[in-house]
Design a binder for this molecule. Structure first.
Ligand SMILES: Cc1ncc(COP(=O)(O)O)c(C=O)c1O
Length: 427
């Protein structure tokens, strides 16, 4: 059977379910907000922002939720609410979206990159410990793709060194670890509602915390620094910008809350089905799943492509050929942050980074994270949640496409039609 990349018939022509999904609940709440003439974020929190924040926080077992404009400012607000300030160091995983590190840069703090664990792809707690200095103030673990970071170990390290923990849950809505919702294990949880995320209002974000003073500071920080009644028991004033969410967005999110559990369970079931099919497949390894994960949030199903077992077929060629077979996927979804041009900020703008990174930019060669580099350029394969919203027959197509590539290794290795499918590297 000829590979699609060489002009053969693709395994799948049908598109996967459209993203994002919606139903009557979003429509109902959105129309209600629309017709109420009350669309904005002010007074903050507005009606739907308050209702949604309460529901979302309580679902994840946190006391407080504070909605915001996106999942970048939520990280910045959490850092500032915790008192992290210019010159402080913040440990982040090397493999994540830029915002995890740039939130620190934006407040003139210094991101320090820790490597990821080769079996889970989440931040490696042992490397966190190695990167702690007397200036370290916070850790931002990311629950990456379809996994949850080793929170027990991270919290142990944080308590020992008196560090604040902000869980970046942008990939992990509805995930549970030891029956606690993600975002309620550390001091703060930060979520994004950007278009591709497991819950979305197009844009948006939320911060979770169970600390009253932190919550009040967050309310103030997202609302221009105002100390509204009920959120005013902390000392002093905050300097805040307008980071409010609109009530139209919050209404959409409230509608989505009604399906969060059902959708999470469904994706987990489909993901587990794929794992059962790929378990033991030559040249493919599954990510290690910690038994403490009691509900798996599946934003991007990730598996490990072991180049050494593919007789000269690279991960990049595999991803290109799998996409041609009708299975949308990516390889270097993220690259190590210190190699990402979007993170190469100038020390003229953010002078504190000079101390660690030197005069010009954040791409210091000091930060070599070999696991993150290998995973980004040679190993990881990413499949978006939308592929797991349908039926087992959708997942069967993924498996059939992978089997087809495996059965035609020589054709794939020798193909002249492989196009580099990369977000970051030149085509
Ligand atoms: C891990 C991670 N952190 C933070 C963000 C930032 O979220 P937003 O795009 O809503 O600003 C994203 C999303 O793109 C993300 O994937």
């Amino acid at each position: 059977m000829k590979l699609a990349i060489n002009g053969g018939k693709p395994v799948r022509k049908r598109p996967f379910p459209k993203w994002p999904p919606y139903d009557r609940s979003e429509e109902r709440y959105l129309l209600d907000a629309f017709r109420s003439h009350n669309w904005g974020g002010f007074p903050a929190p507005n009606k739907y922002a308050r209702l949604f924040a309460e529901k979302f926080a309580s679902y994840h077992k946190a006391k407080y939720g504070i909605c915001a404009a996106n999942g970048t400012v939520t990280l910045e607000v959490a850092l500032r609410a915790a008192g992290v300030t210019a010159g402080d160091e913040v440990i982040v995983p090397a493999l994540t979206w830029t915002a995890t590190a740039l939130a620190a840069v934006y407040i003139n703090a210094i991101p320090v990159f820790a490597d990821i664990d080769p079996e889970t792809y989440c931040i490696d707690p042992e490397d966190i410990e190695k990167k702690i200095t007397k200036r370290t103030k916070a850790i931002i673990p990311v629950h990456l793709g379809s996994n949850i970071a080793d929170m027990d170990r991270i919290m142990q390290i944080a308590r020992k060194h008196r560090l604040v923990v902000i869980e970046d849950c942008a990939h992990a809505h509805g995930g549970f670890y030891k029956n606690k919702g993600v975002g309620s294990i550390g001091d703060f949880g930060s979520f994004s509602f950007q278009t591709s995320k497991l819950m979305t209002a197009g844009e948006g974000g939320i911060i979770l915390t169970s600390d009253k003073e932190y919550a009040e500071r967050c309310h103030s920080l997202v609302n221009c620094g105002r100390k509204e009644k009920g959120y005013d028991s902390f000392k002093g004033n905050m300097t805040g910008w307008n980071y409010r969410i609109s009530d139209l967005q919050a209404a959409v999110l409230l509608g989505q809350m009604t399906r969060l559990e059902k959708e999470t369970d469904h994706r987990e079931k489909m993901g587990n089905y794929l794992s059962s099919k790929l378990s033991g497949f030559p040249g493919i390894l599954l990510l290690k799943r910690d038994k403490k994960i009691t509900k798996l949030p599946m934003y991007e199903y990730l598996f490990r492509f072991i180049e050494d077992d593919w007789y000269g077929v690279t991960r990049d060629a595999f991803v290109s050929a799998l996409s041609a077979e009708g299975i949308p996927c990516e390889g270097d979804f993220y690259i190590p942050l210190y190699q990402n041009p979007l993170v190469w900020v100038s020390a003229d703008d953010y002078p504190m980074i000079k101390r660690i990174y030197g005069k010009n930019i954040l791409n210091s060669t000091k930060f070599v994270c070999p696991v993150a580099e290998h995973v980004a350029y040679h190993e990881s394969v990413w499949l978006h949640a939308s592929l797991f919203m349908g039926t087992k027959s959708d997942v069967d197509d993924i498996v059939r496409a992978i089997e087809k590539l495996r059965e035609n290794i020589a054709e794939l290795r020798d193909s002249k039609n492989i196009k580099l499918k990369s977000r970051w590297r030149k085509k």
